[in-house]
Write a protein that binds this ligand. Structure first.
Ligand code: SAH
Length: 345
């Protein structure tokens, strides 16, 4: 039965047409579509307003490739890490991050990653495949359920900062977001969704052209080409000049300011020259800087910079009128923090 089709790969229109071709009513397509997305049904059997005969017919033609939370780990700080098993037994991870007022889901977009950022644990896994829109959607649904169960409130925010590079799985990520924000799906506001990218200029421009409403974060880590290429080799293909141009385009089109994610490492990007380059880069398009604490992934090639170096960043940025926030790590005790997702559980 390996060649049964994933029914959620069909659009609503295609599903309606399928039923018409079967001699049924197009409306049946709407009903099934609602089960598949809004109600997150994991089997045809549970679709109680659909006749047994129709359910059997669906069963014979399609699969529902829902994810399964295979293992859930809870951190002392309330963070939850899920090892998520896909229909073909590959595994990705997703994380629930609670704060006083919100719950954020950190979701994966690919199995592994094709980029080779030297400081990231996921980079050590080969990119196996892209996630489908329904597999991204299911991670969000699973975390929404956990948020209701463990924190008594629905999920409030989503960040695409799990495994993978979302802009290298562009179409599926955009389709997933469409369903997450649609009233036929989860009805979440796009303003509560952030797509985080290492910076693929062509795709940033494409998103801008498509008038997307979600937020953009760029993992910058350095505004000096040689430094950035040394830690994110991918920068040699997409140098800062191209990234800058794409980001200016993004802002001109969307009027949505950009967040730069930035880790300061000892001896790598902790000098005044590094700070000055960042300040200059931040002036190209309205932006803010999110300084992220480094989560060690190995034997110490990379080390979090001193507090003095961090403070130099903060004061210089602020002096130049650039908003800066500092993000403390969450869920470190269960390897759930940024850059630690490596299917280790
Ligand atoms: N590929 C996307 C999304 C996944 S990475 C991107 O690059 O943005 C999510 C964030 O975690 C990025 O900002 C990344 O630079 C950061 N990160 C990776 N490894 C890290 C580590 N060991 N410590 C802290 N942040 C890390």
């Amino acid at each position: 039965m390996a060649d049964k089709k994933d029914i959620r790969a069909l659009t609503k229109e295609q599903l309606r047409n399928f039923f018409v071709a079967q001699g049924d009513k197009a409306f049946r397509g709407n009903q099934v579509y609602e089960w598949l997305w809004k109600k997150s049904a994991h089997s045809f059997e549970g679709m109680t307003n659909i006749s047994k005969e129709t359910r059997d017919m669906l069963e014979a033609n399609f699969t529902i490739n829902n994810i399964r939370v295979d293992q859930m780990q809870r951190s002392t700080d309330g963070t939850i890490k899920n090892a998520v098993k896909l229909h073909d037994d590959l595994v990705v991870e997703s994380v629930l991050i609670p704060t006083e007022t919100r719950t954020t889901a950190c979701v994966s977009s690919q199995v592994g990653c094709s980029l080779d950022c030297r400081f990231c644990a996921t980079a050590r896994l080969k990119r196996m495949r892209n996630l489908n829109p329904d597999e991204i959607y299911d991670q969000v649904v699973a975390i929404d359920n956990q948020s209701r169960l463990y924190h008594d409130r629905p999920l409030s925010n989503i960040v695409f900062m799990g495994m993978g590079e979302p802009l290298m799985n562009y179409n599926n990520v955009l389709k997933a977001i469409e369903m997450i924000t649609s009233e036929e799906g989860l009805g979440m506001s796009p303003k509560r969704i952030t797509v985080s990218t290492s910076g693929v200029p062509k795709m940033i421009k494409k998103m801008a052209d498509e008038d997307v409403r979600f937020k953009l974060a760029v993992s910058l880590h350095s505004a000096i080409d040689e430094v950035r290429t040394a830690i994110m080799p991918f920068n040699s293909t997409f140098p800062l000049k191209d990234l800058r141009e794409a980001l200016e385009y993004w802002y001109a089109k969307t009027k949505n300011r950009i967040t730069y994610e930035y880790v300061v490492w000892r001896g790598i990007n902790d000098s005044q020259k590094d700070v000055d380059a960042l300040v200059k880069f931040c002036k190209f398009a309205p932006s803010k800087v999110n300084l992220i604490e480094y989560n060690p992934i190995d034997d110490g090639e990379f080390q979090q910079a001193s507090d003095d170096a961090l403070n130099r960043y903060i004061t210089t940025l602020e002096k130049n009128g650039i908003t800066v926030t500092v993000r403390r790590s969450r869920g470190k005790d269960i390897d759930a923090a940024c850059g630690q997702l490596a299917n280790k559980s």
